[in-house]
Design a protein around this ligand. Structure first.
Ligand SMILES: Cc1cc2nc3c(=O)[nH]c(=O)nc-3n(C[C@H](O)[C@H](O)[C@H](O)COP(=O)(O)OP(=O)(O)OC[C@H]3O[C@@H](n4cnc5c(N)ncnc54)[C@H](O)[C@@H]3O)c2cc1C
Length: 532
C-alpha cells in the first residue's frame, strides 16, 4: 500500500464513485460501492475516524430512547428505524466479532412503579429485534443488581431491568472498514483533502485533492461524488453552490473516562433520566469506565474542546448512582459533533430513515445524519440511489456478508493462543480483540524486539506502532495513540508519556530525521493536551 502509488492511481484513473470523508459513513459507502464492482476512491483529509466516528458512545444499538419516543408518539416510522438498527446491530457483531461484543446494560430502579414501564419497553425492544435479538431483557432484584454492578448506590434500590446491546471500538472498526474497502479494490487515502470540485457543463465531474503529507495537488475524475463529511457537509455543499442554505446544525456530545473500578468488565448502566431529560451511560470500555454524553448546540470546528461545565454536568448526573466522583478522577475526555439535519424538508431524496441523501443540481450526493450502527444501511441506500440516478453498472450488495479484515478467519480462542506464546493475559486479550485474525502478525513483530508496553498500566505494545505504520496507514503519532490504539481516549497522562517513544518508532519505520521526530512528537502532545 505505497502512498505514492495510491496518489498516482487517484490522479490517473477514472472512478465511478469518489467519496469525500473517511468516517463511518464514507468508509461504509466505499466498501458498499467497491464490493459491488464499482471503481471507487475514498479521500479523508485527516485520519480515518478523526471526526465524530471515533468519539461515539461506542454502542451498537437500536436506541432504547428512540424506542420510548416511538411508543409514546405511536410513530411507526420510528419503530421501523429501531428495528432496522437492531438488524444492523446483529450484522456488525457478526462481521467484526473481534471489535464488538454484546454488553449487558442495567437500568437501576429506585421506585417500584418504574419496573413495569422499563421492563415492557425493553421487551418491545427484544420483540422488534426478532431474529437479531440478543439475550432477552430481564428484571433483577436489588441483590442481583448489586452483584452485577457493585458500585451502584444501594440506598433505596428496588432492582433493575437488564438488557443487552452491542459495544465496539469505533475508531478501529472505522479503520478496518476503510482497509476492507481497499481490499475490495477501492483506492483509499487518509490525509488527502478535497479542496475544490470539478464541473463540466454544470455537472460534477470530479474533485481537486491536496495531499496533506506532501505538496501534490491533483484532479480526480469521477462520475459520482459523494459528500460524507459529517458535520462538515455544508462546507462541501457550499463548494458546489456558494448560495445553498445550510442543511445541518451541530450538537456536541462529550464523554469522560474514569478508572475501571467504576464498572464491572461486562456490564454497563443506563441512567434513564438526567436533570434535563436525557440518558447517560456508564460503560466498561477497554479497561476504563466511559461516561456520557451531553447534547448541546455547538459550532462546527476541528477537534472540538471539552469544557469544565460539560465535565461537571456529567459528574453531576452520575452522582446519585455512583456517589461523588472527584474531578481529578477523570483520566481523559473528548468531544464529538453530531451532524443534525436541520432542514428535513429540503430538496432531498429523503428516505424514511433518520439519515438523509440529498442530490444537488450539479449531482453532488450528500449523505448525512443516521448513526454509527446504521452506517451499512446508509451506505446501501446511498449506493442504490447513485446506481439508479447515474445509471451505474453494479452487482448486488454483499456487505451483509463481508467480514472486516480482522474478522476474516477470526477464531474465538485466539487470546488463549497468544497467552501460550507468552503474552500476559491482558495483552493477549487486547491483541485478540483489536486485531482478530491479524493478532498473530502483531505478535510476530513483538517477537522481533517490540514487546515492551507503551504505558505501564495499559496492554498496548510497541509492536502495534510498527504494525499500524506497515499495515494500517498510520502517519502520525496521534493516529497510533488515538485511533489504532485508544490510549489517548483512555488516559491523557499515559498517552502524553508514550508520545516520544511512539514518534521515535514511527520515525524509524518512516525514515524521519531527528528534527521531524521532535516535530511530530510536539504536534501530538499539543493535541492530546488541548483536544484530541
Ligand atoms: C457524542 C456522540 C455519541 C454517539 N454515540 C453513538 C453510539 O453510541 N452509537 C451509534 O450508533 N452512533 C453514535 N453516534 C453517532 C455516530 O457517531 C455518527 O452518526 C457517525 O460517526 C457519523 O459519521 P460520519 O462519517 O457521517 O461523520 P464523521 O465521522 O465526522 O466523518 C466525516 C469525515 O469527513 C472528513 N472531511 C471533512 N471535510 C473533508 C474534506 N474537505 N476532504 C476530505 N475529508 C473531509 C472529516 O475529517 C471526517 O473524518 C454518536 C455521536 C456523537 C456525537
Amino acid at each position: 500500500m505505497e502512498r505514492a502509488h495510491l496518489l498516482d492511481r487517484l490522479a490517473s484513473e477514472t472512478f465511478d464513485v469518489l467519496v469525500i470523508g473517511g468516517g463511518a459513513s464514507g468508509a461504509g459507502v466505499a466498501l458498499e460501492a467497491a464490493s459491488r464492482g464499482l471503481k471507487t476512491a475514498l479521500v479523508e483529509r485527516y485520519d480515518f475516524s478523526e471526526g465524530t466516528s471515533s468519539r461515539s458512545t461506542k454502542l451498537i444499538h437500536g436506541g432504547v430512547r428512540y424506542l420510548e419516543i416511538a411508543v409514546k408518539t405511536f410513530d411507526r416510522v420510528q419503530l421501523n428505524l429501531v428495528r432496522d438498527a437492531l438488524h444492523e446491530r446483529a450484522t456488525m457483531l457478526k462481521n467484526a466479532p473481534h471489535l464488538s461484543r454484546p454488553l449487558w446494560l442495567l437500568t437501576p430502579l429506585y421506585k417500584f412503579w418504574e419496573a413495569p414501564y422499563y421492563y415492557t419497553g425493553l421487551k418491545i425492544y427484544d420483540l422488534l429485534a426478532g431474529k437479531a435479538r440478543l439475550q432477552p431483557a430481564q428484571y433483577i432484584g436489588a441483590r442481583g443488581t448489586l452483584e452485577r454492578f457493585p458500585s451502584v448506590n444501594p440506598q433505596g434500590l428496588k432492582g433493575a431491568v437488564a438488557y443487552q446491546d452491542g459495544q465496539f471500538d469505533d475508531a478501529r472498526f472505522n479503520v478496518e472498514l476503510a482497509l476492507t474497502a481497499a481490499q475490495q479494490g477501492a483506492v483509499v487515502l487518509n490525509y488527502a483533502e478535497v479542496t475544490g470540485l470539478l464541473k463540466q457543463n454544470g455537472q460534477l465531474s470530479g474533485v481537486v485533492v491536496k495531499d496533506g503529507l506532501g505538496s501534490r495537488e491533483m484532479e480526480v475524475v469521477s462520475r459520482v461524488v459523494v459528500n460524507a463529511t459529517g458535520p462538515f457537509s455544508d462546507a462541501i455543499r457550499r463548494m458546489d453552490d456558494p448560495h445553498t442554505p445550510p442543511l445541518l446544525k451541530a450538537s456536541s456530545g462529550i464523554h469522560i473516562v474514569l478508572d475501571k473500578k467504576y464498572s464491572p468488565p461486562d456490564t454497563g448502566l443506563l441512567i434513564p433520566k438526567t436533570e434535563d431529560g436525557r440518558v447517560v451511560f456508564v460503560l466498561p470500555w477497554q479497561g476504563g469506565t466511559l461516561v456520557g454524553t451531553t447534547d448541546d448546540p455547538a459550532p462546527v470546528v476541528d477537534h472540538p474542546r471539552v469544557t469544565e461545565e460539560e465535565i461537571g454536568y456529567v459528574l453531576r448526573q452520575v452522582k446519585p448512582y455512583l456517589g461523588e466522583i472527584p474531578r481529578a478522577s477523570v483520566r481523559a475526555s473528548w468531544s464529538g459533533l453530531r451532524p443534525l439535519v436541520s432542514r428535513p424538508e429540503a430538496d432531498t431524496a429523503r428516505l424514511a430513515r433518520d439519515h438523509l441523501i440529498q442530490k444537488s443540481a450539479s449531482g453532488l450526493l450528500t449523505l448525512t445524519g443516521g448513526k454509527w450502527t446504521t452506517y451499512r444501511k446508509m451506505a446501501l441506500d446511498l449506493v442504490n440511489y447513485a446506481i439508479r440516478q447515474f445509471g451505474l453498472q453494479a452487482g448486488p450488495s454483499r456487505t451483509e456478508q463481508i467480514p472486516l479484515l480482522g474478522g476474516q478467519g477470526y477464531k474465538p480462542d485466539g487470546a488463549k493462543k497468544l497467552e501460550q506464546l507468552g503474552f500476559p493475559p491482558d495483552v493477549a486479550e487486547h491483541l485478540h480483540h483489536a486485531y482478530g485474525a491479524h493478532a498473530q502478525a502483531v505478535a510476530q513483530i513483538a517477537a522481533e524486539g517490540y514487546q515492551a508496553r507503551l504505558a505501564v498500566e495499559w496492554p498496548y505494545l510497541e509492536a502495534e506502532v510498527i504494525y499500524a505504520v506497515r499495515h494500517e496507514m498510520a502517519y502520525t503519532p496521534l493516529d497510533v495513540l488515538a485511533r489504532r490504539t485508544r490510549l489517548a481516549f483512555l488516559d491523557t497522562l499515559a498517552a502524553l508519556a508514550a508520545t516520544p517513544r511512539v514518534a521515535e518508532l514511527m520515525g524509524t519505520e518512516l525514515g524521519w530525521d531527528s528534527e521531524r521526530v521532535s516535530l511530530e512528537r510536539e504536534k501530538a502532545r499539543t493535541q492530546i493536551l488541548n483536544a484530541i
